[in-house]
Design a protein around this ligand. Structure first.
Ligand code: F0G
Length: 459
C-alpha cells in the first residue's frame, strides 16, 4: 500500500462504554484503595493498562464459535477442534487444556520437578517462579546481561545467556535440572523477544546434557513477528511458519490463552513426552477437570481455537506490534525514560530514571503509577520494589528490586489510536512534573504477594 498509516485491521462490532470518573472521584478511589491500584474498581478507570491478560476483545468469529460450543463432559467436539489447532501450530503431540497458564505450570512442575531441583528460564514470570518454588526447587533467571538494562538497545533482549546456562548445568549437574524453560516474549524482562538462533542454541545445550526444553509460550505470536522483523532469513516467512519452527525446537510448552490465544480465559500444556502427559492428565482430572475440557467450558475451547488462528494473521501482528511501539515512541520523543526497545505487549516506564529523588524503599514506580491514575485515570502496574523487593524483618528499608518500572500493558484489539494518544498525553504531562511526585511508605502489607493488597501513604 502507498500509505503509511497502519490501521486497526478490524472494525468495531460491539462497544463497551468507558466511565469517565472526574478528578474528585479518582482521588476518592485512591483514598479508599490505600493508593493501591489493584483496589480501584474497573469503572473508576478510564484506560486500563493493568494487564494484557484476558482483557482483549474477541472477534465475531470467536463469539460465533462460542455458540457452537459442545459442552459434553467427555469427548467434546470443541476439544477435538482445539486439539487440532494446537497440534497444527505447535506440532506437539499431547495437548492438555487448562483453565489458564498457571494451571499448566502447576501441573507440569508437579509431575516433572522435585525438591532440590533447579529450573533455568530467561526470566520466570511470577506465577512460574512461584510454582517452581512451591515444589521446593530453585527458579533461576539466566537472561543475557543486557536483558536487565533498561537502556540497552538490542533486537533480542529476551535471549537466554547460553554460557550461563552451560555453567549452571556444569555446576549443579544435569540430573538436578528437570527442564529448561524459555519465556517468549520475556514478559518480566520488558516483553522482549527471543531469537530463533537463541532457541536453537538452548536446544543444542539441552540435547548435549539430555535435558527437556519447554517454552512458556504465552506471547508466541508476538515473538514470531519480532523474528520476522529482526532476524535475518525470516523476512519472507509467515508468522505461522516461524511459530511452528519455534515450537519444533521444544519438547513442550505451557500457554496462557489469555494472551496470544485472544481469549478471556484458558490455557494448555502441550508435550511430546507421553509419560509426562499421562501423569499430567491424571493430575488434571484431580484439579482441573476431565482431559477433554480441563477446567474450561466447551465454548471457551472454541474461542481459543479460533483466537490461535487469528493471532497469527500478519495484518493483526503488524498493527499489534506497531501500536505498542507507537505509544513508546510518543512518550520517548518527549524525553520520558522507558525500557528500550519497546516490547510486544507493553511499554515500561523507567521510574528510577524519572524520579531520581525517590529512593527505591519509597517505591518510585508505585508513586508514578498512582500519579498516572490520579492525573488521567490511566491504570498501569508497578513492577519494582513493591512487587519484587524484600521487606526488612527489623523494619529498616526494603532490599530493592533490580528495576523500578511501571508497565502499561496494552489489551489486544481493545483500544483505538485516540485512546493511546490520550495515554501518551497523560504520561507526558505527569513526567513533566515528576520532580513534584513524592515517595510512598507502606501502611499495611500481607506476608507474601504484597503488591496486590498492601496500602500506602505519601511520605
Ligand atoms: N507466563 C507468563 C510469561 C505470563 O505473562 C503469565 C501471565 C503467565 C505465565 C500465567 O498465565 O495468568 O493465564 O495464569 N501474565 C499476566 C500478566 C497475568 O499480567 O502479565 P495466567
Amino acid at each position: 500500500m502507498p500509505y503509511n498509516t497502519i490501521i486497526e485491521p478490524f472494525r468495531i462490532h460491539s462497544v463497551e462504554a468507558i466511565d469517565l470518573p472526574d478528578l474528585e472521584q479518582r482521588e476518592a478511589a485512591l483514598e479508599r484503595a490505600g493508593l493501591n491500584l489493584f483496589g480501584i474498581h474497573a469503572d473508576e478507570v478510564i484506560i486500563d493498562l493493568l494487564t494484557d491478560s484476558g482483557t482483549g476483545a474477541m472477534s465475531s468469529k470467536q463469539w460465533a464459535g462460542m455458540m457452537r460450543g459442545d459442552e459434553s463432559y467427555a469427548g467434546s467436539r470443541s476439544f477435538f477442534k482445539f486439539e487440532s489447532v494446537v497440534k497444527g501450530i505447535t506440532g506437539l503431540s499431547e495437548v492438555i487444556p487448562t483453565h489458564q497458564g498457571r494451571a499448566a505450570e502447576k501441573i507440569l512442575f508437579t509431575v516433572a520437578v522435585k525438591e532440590g531441583d533447579v529450573v533455568p528460564n530467561n526470566t520466570h514470570f511470577d506465577t512460574t517462579r512461584a510454582n517452581v518454588e512451591y515444589q521446593g526447587a530453585e527458579a533461576l533467571d539466566l537472561v543475557i546481561p543486557e536483558g536487565t538494562d533498561p537502556s540497552a538497545i538490542l533486537p533480542f533482549k529476551g535471549n537466554m545467556d547460553i554460557d550461563a546456562l552451560r555453567a549452571t548445568i556444569e555446576d549443579v549437574g544435569s540430573e538436578r535440572i528437570p527442564l529448561v524453560m524459555v519465556t517468549v516474549t520475556n514478559n518480566s524482562g520488558g516483553g522482549q523477544p527471543v531469537s530463533m538462533q537463541n532457541l536453537r542454541d538452548v536446544r543444542a545445550v539441552c540435547d548435549e546434557y539430555g535435558i527437556p526444553f519447554y517454552l512458556d509460550a504465552c506471547r508466541f505470536a508476538e515473538n514470531a513477528w519480532f523474528i520476522k522483523l529482526r532476524e535475518p532469513g525470516y523476512e519472507d516467512s509467515t508468522p505461522r511458519a516461524i511459530a511452528k519452527e519455534m515450537f519444533s525446537l521444544a519438547d513442550g510448552a505451557t500457554m496462557s490463552a489469555k494472551k496470544d490465544g485472544l481469549a478471556n480465559i484458558g490455557g494448555f500444556l502441550a508435550t511430546n513426552d507421553p509419560a509426562i502427559a499421562m501423569n499430567a492428565r491424571n493430575l488434571l482430572i484431580l484439579t482441573e477437570g476431565f482431559t477433554t475440557y480441563g477446567g474450561l467450558a466447551g465454548y471457551d475451547l472454541e474461542a481459543i481455537a479460533e483466537g490461535l488462528e487469528e493471532v497469527l494473521d500478519e495484518h493483526y501482528l503488524r498493527y499489534r506490534i506497531r501500536s505498542t511501539a507507537y505509544l513508546a515512541e510518543t512518550v520517548a520523543a518527549a524525553g520520558v525514560p522507558i525500557v528500550q526497545p519497546p516490547g510486544g505487549h507493553a511499554v515500561y516506564l523507567d521510574a528510577a530514571a524519572l524520579l531520581p529523588h525517590v529512593p527505591a524503599h519509597q517505591y518510585p514506580a508505585q508513586a508514578l503509577a498512582v500519579e498516572l491514575y490520579r492525573a488521567g485515570g490511566v491504570r498501569g502496574v508497578e513492577i519494582g520494589t513493591v512487587m519484587f523487593g524484600k521487606p526488612d524483618p527489623e523494619g529498616g528499608p526494603d532490599t530493592p528490586a533490580a528495576m523500578e518500572l511501571v508497565r502499561l500493558a496494552i489489551p489486544r484489539r481493545t483500544y483505538t489510536q485516540s485512546h493511546i494518544d490520550y495515554v501518551g498525553e497523560v504520561v507526558i504531562d505527569v513526567a513533566s512534573r515528576a520532580s513534584d511526585i513524592a515517595g510512598l511508605r507502606i501502611t499495611s502489607q500481607p506476608p507474601w504477594l504484597r503488591h496486590f493488597t498492601a496500602t500506602f501513604e505519601a511520605v
